[in-house]
Design a protein around this ligand. Structure first.
Ligand code: PDD
Length: 288
């Protein structure tokens, strides 16, 4: 049994209980983060804390903790749970909902305290850096049918869940999404990169995609080793004719994709630029 965090207390996960009147349960009214840690070292903690603060601000919830208090919660969750797992690769989930009300009414209530929940889970080991050893992904391609506020890391994830399930139903690992203009936005739980003629492309940040922390660390890492990167919109046709496609997320790091919607990407093998990219990412990820 792992140890969770609920409203100031560390307790066995099975004893962590909230009211069904919690607005997180009734409305998906909350913000969350997933922070990867390896041997106790978090990746991108500052970015995750800043995105959490920004998300809470955007939806009008007072941030219950400052950055250092959040860091203590993460450190404690990892320390208290390290013996529960066979590896030291631990993901930390943090969640703040608006809190528990006495009635179901859409407007933000003024006098309720946020519910704060954290738990841990085992994540994949650091991504291997060899083109031949890495297990590449296959993905589906669908029109993005989510809401217009995808930059907020909201716990209202039904749109993402439904898109992820489209990939599962197609027998693949993820679903890459395109907007009404036919441009790639992101995937249901990852950001998207592609490589064409040696140049790395990823969509620029706006309301149509999450400002991924892995994306941000990767962009810094790639620039630091002189890789050519452009934050530019690209179409689904460009994606299908790319030399390489990658997904980034806290749990996947930088993951190569070799098939999109049944179409082979490039030669069908993991690309050379990916190998440079994942090396640069690993070299930089604990600095960010
Ligand atoms: N998913 N886009 C979406 C829609 C996401 O849900 C995520 C993260 C990302 C990548 O963000 P980051 O690099 O900060 O993890 C992009 C998390 C891991 C999840 O929901 O489990």
């Amino acid at each position: 049994m792992t140890t969770a965090f609920l409203n100031g207390d560390f307790l066995p996960l099975s004893e962590a209980k909230i009211s069904p009147m919690d607005r997180g349960f009734l409305f998906g009214d909350g913000i969350y983060e997933v922070i990867p840690t390896y041997s106790g070292n978090p990746v991108g903690f500052n970015g995750h804390a800043a995105r959490m603060a920004e998300g809470l601000r955007a939806i009008g919830i007072d941030n219950p903790y400052d950055k250092e208090a959040w860091r203590d919660i993460v450190t404690n969750l990892v320390a208290k749970n390290s013996a529960s797992f066979t590896s030291s690769n631990i993901g930390v989930y943090l969640h703040v909902s608006r809190g528990t009300d006495t009635k179901r009414f859409h407007a933000y209530p003024s006098n309720i305290a946020p519910t704060v929940f954290g738990f841990v889970f085992e994540i994949a080991p650091p991504q291997v850096v060899s083109r031949t050893d890495v297990k590449p992904l296959k993905v589906a391609l669908e029109q993005d049918k989510r809401w217009q506020r995808c930059h907020i890391k909201s716990t209202s994830l039904l749109g993402n869940v439904m898109h992820f399930q489209q990939g599962v139903d197609a027998g693949v690992n993820e679903t890459i999404l395109y907007n009404q203009d036919g441009n790639i936005t992101e995937a249901s739980s990852c950001n998207v990169f592609m490589v064409k003629d040696g140049v790395i492309y990823t969509p620029p940040l706006n309301h149509e995609l999450l400002p991924g922390i892995t994306r941000a660390i990767a962009l810094e890492a790639f620039a630091s080793v002189g890789l050519d990167v452009k934050e530019t919109w690209f179409s689904k046709e460009s994606l299908l004719s790319a030399d390489e496609v990658w997904l980034t997320s806290s749990s996947k790091e930088v993951a190569p994709v070799v098939e999109v919607n049944g179409k082979t990407i490039g030669s069908g093998d993991v690309g050379e630029v990916w190998e440079k990219a994942i090396k640069a990412y690993h070299a930089h990820k604990f600095e960010a």
